[in-house]
Design a binder for this molecule. Structure first.
Ligand code: NAG
Ligand code: NAG
Length: 181
């Protein structure tokens, strides 16, 4: 009887530890990015008009991550691909001009952002963000139509990230089990 209840409580402890390590892994894996790093969100210099797409291509975005826009006397809009190409701000899906906008990347695929201030988008204040699904880390199927040579590189990086996470969880588990028994 005693050994039975002991093994029950051991099971509870093990499940709690597994559960909390999974929660922790999930929590650590979502991230907030500051758009443009320390420069924030503004009209780019004339000789460097692609800074936001360059910035976006140097980062790897996953579902659940957030991006933060910091700006003064400006605004941010999320638009469709036509709105992005034509700098058309008449029908944004999302608009904010608070100066500190946090946008949640809540699904995989491509997000298009432009400035809503007159003339800013035309001068290069616009950005495409490609968001990877969590499942992409293991299945390897690409999302959206994002093309370009960079996609295979980021996929490899995501794969090794997923594997590293699995290895860590397994290490925690085997350590826990050997400690208890
Ligand atoms: C753009 O011009 C500034 C000064 O005119 C210079 O410091 C900067 O290096 C230039 N950037 C690029 C990408 O050429
Ligand atoms: C902007 O988009 C709206 C609605 O999608 C459209 O009616 C309008 O003609 C567009 N304007 C330009 C300049 O493309």
């Amino acid at each position: 009887m005693a050994s039975h209840s002991l093994s029950c409580s051991v099971q509870v402890v093990v499940s709690l530890i597994i559960f909390s390590s999974l929660l922790l892994a999930h929590h650590v894996s979502s991230f907030e990015f500051q758009v443009g790093d320390k420069n924030g969100w503004g009209v780019p210099p004339a000789n460097d008009s692609k800074i936001y797409n360059t910035w976006a291509s140097h980062n790897r975005f996953k579902v659940g991550d957030t991006i933060c826009f910091k700006y003064r006397k400006d605004s941010v809009m999320q638009v469709n691909v036509e709105g992005y190409k034509n700098c058309n701000s008449t029908r944004p899906n999302f608009f904010s001009n608070t100066g500190n906008t946090i946008f949640n990347l809540d699904h995989a695929g491509l997000f298009y952002f432009i400035s809503g201030a007159a003339g800013h988008c035309e001068r290069g204040q616009r950005m495409i963000v490609r968001v990877l699904a969590h499942e992409d880390s293991l299945s390897g199927t690409g999302g959206g139509g994002g093309g370009g040579g960079s996609s295979s590189g980021s996929r490899v990086a995501v794969l090794s990230y997923g594997v590293a996470k699995l290895v860590i969880v397994q290490l925690v588990l085997s350590y826990t089990v050997s400690y208890i028994f």
